[in-house]
Design a protein around this ligand. Structure first.
Ligand SMILES: [Zn+2]
Ligand SMILES: [Zn+2]
Length: 187
């Protein structure tokens, strides 16, 4: 696997977006929180800062979560990604700017609505994943009480837990306690 840097960034951003209401409650509850998210993920271009924009991002979040859930079904995932690309009117062009000085693709115009631009970029990144036969890298956290998503960019696709909920550590501790309990019973 060798995704380009902008594909990886888009995939990680998509997972982070989906997880904004899957770990610790709603993290994108208002425009200020959305602004912070956009700054963290270095989204340039148009920002309206109104309720319609926020609602559109929430819709996109649900839609992307739905695509993660389809990762085991290639045919369905392809249909969903094609639909996303069509709905967002993705049209690639090369650009670079101070926030990301390497040449990379933007998939929509800077003055297109925010959710449309995010959707187009993520749609294209997902198309890369599918072209590379790597859909299984889109995962749901393996912790039983967590439905956060992750994109497993590890060499051997070995990641099982999300970044967000400290789930890897929690499962490790749970497994340790389980072993301890068994040892005590065995004595
Ligand atoms: Zn850019
Ligand atoms: Zn998790």
């Amino acid at each position: 696997m060798n995704f380009s840097h902008d594909t990886e960034l888009s995939l990680r951003c998509a997972a982070a977006l989906v997880n904004t209401n899957r770990v610790g409650g709603e993290q994108l509850g208002d425009q200020r929180l959305l602004g912070a998210f956009l700054n963290e993920w270095v989204w340039t271009g148009r920002r309206d800062g109104d309720d319609a924009e926020l609602a559109a991002v929430w819709d996109l979040r649900d839609r992307l979560g739905g695509i993660w859930a389809l990762a085991g079904d290639e045919t369905a995932a392809v249909a969903a990604v094609n639909e996303l690309l069509a709905d967002t009117g993705a049209r690639p062009w090369l650009t670079r700017h101070p926030e990301l000085p390497e040449w990379h693709l933007h998939l929509s115009a800077d003055d297109d609505p925010l959710a449309q631009r995010i959707g187009a970029e993520v749609g294209m990144a997902l198309a890369d994943v599918i072209r590379d036969g790597e859909l299984r890298r889109l995962k749901i956290c393996a912790a039983p009480d967590c439905d956060a998503v992750l994109v497993d960019l590890s060499r051997n696709r070995s990641r099982r837990f999300c970044d967000t909920g400290n789930c890897g550590n929690r499962q490790h501790v749970a497994a340790y306690r389980e072993r301890q309990a068994h040892q005590h019973r065995d004595l």
